[in-house]
Design a protein around this ligand. Sequence first.
Ligand code: WQD
Length: 340
Amino acid sequence: MKVLVTGGLGYIGSHTCVELLQNNYEVIVIDNLSNSEVSVITRIEKITNKKITFYKGDLLNKFDIQQVFQQNEIDAVLHFAASKSVNESVKNPVKYYKNNISSMVNLLEVMEDFNVKKFIFSSSAAVYGSTTQQPISELVDTQAMNPYGQTKVIGEDFLNDLYISDNEWSIVVLRYFNPIGAHESGLLGEQPNGTPNNLMPLITQVASKKRRLLYVFGNDYNTTDGTGVRDYIHVVDLAKGHVSAVQKLLLTHGLHTYNLGTGEGYSVLEIINTFEKVNNVNIHYEIVDRRAGDPAVCFANPAKAKEELEWSAERTLEDMCRDSWQWEKALENNILPSRK
Ligand code: WQD
């Protein structure tokens, strides 16, 4: 079974390639290396002792996509390639609508041309915006609060229209909550370009003294300790969820949407305290004002994925903190080829 993974050298994409290879799928990757690097290939192959076929290409260029389909009999596509910074999307919506929507149109057009109609879409809990219905089930209305989240809402609506137009399609939409952590090998992890937006890479950079201080965005929310609560999920659990989704794709038609979260919510201070305890380090932080657009609480009801994909997250918050720190130390000690 041959699967195409767009953005397969990125954080979630690369961890998913490992799980696909270890489940005996043949993996082809197309990636424009805008937020990843080619050395990830060797590390995926080292972990799995298997080869991947790599195409450097951009989904905004239809020719790049066509040549992959001309040269390979693709059975299914997992689509990760997209821009994913909430902050950046607010400052530069044009980039986000172009990169996240136009590329998806190109990809689906080529898939139709080659009669490949099995598709997994990387969506996000950002589609739920600031819903107060917690834990969040897939039935909650989508109401994005930023351009990034809106590109995911549009992507989902696009897929819904596509399925209605042709029910030969088999589509799974996966709404990720907060992916953190890294592969236990210490060979794969999050390598954000520039200053990270997300909590965990900032924590690991403070722990490694790359960064002096962590700013905690608000402690006046209606939560146990006043800081924001999120559903953090280990990236390897997330990757395994994609393998379960591929298996679902291959057995059925239809369009199915699943939350991929643990169902547990942890506050920022709980994350900091757990990280300090597990790794025996100190995280210097300062409470500052809330960040605009942040909901107080966001965590999943993952029951539907458990029932229909026979998948649920297994790794603990301690695992996530331990693996994140191991990865930061690997980056720090230059064990890995550094970012170009
Ligand atoms: C987590 C918590 C912050 C940074 C976003 C996207 C979502 C997904 C994950 C792509 C919040 C607090 C953070 C900091 C802090 N991305 N925080 N200081 O905003 O929940 O989700 O990233 O799919 O779609 O919306 O993640 O890691 O930025 O924030 O206090 O320097 O940490 O307020 O409570 P978020 P995050």
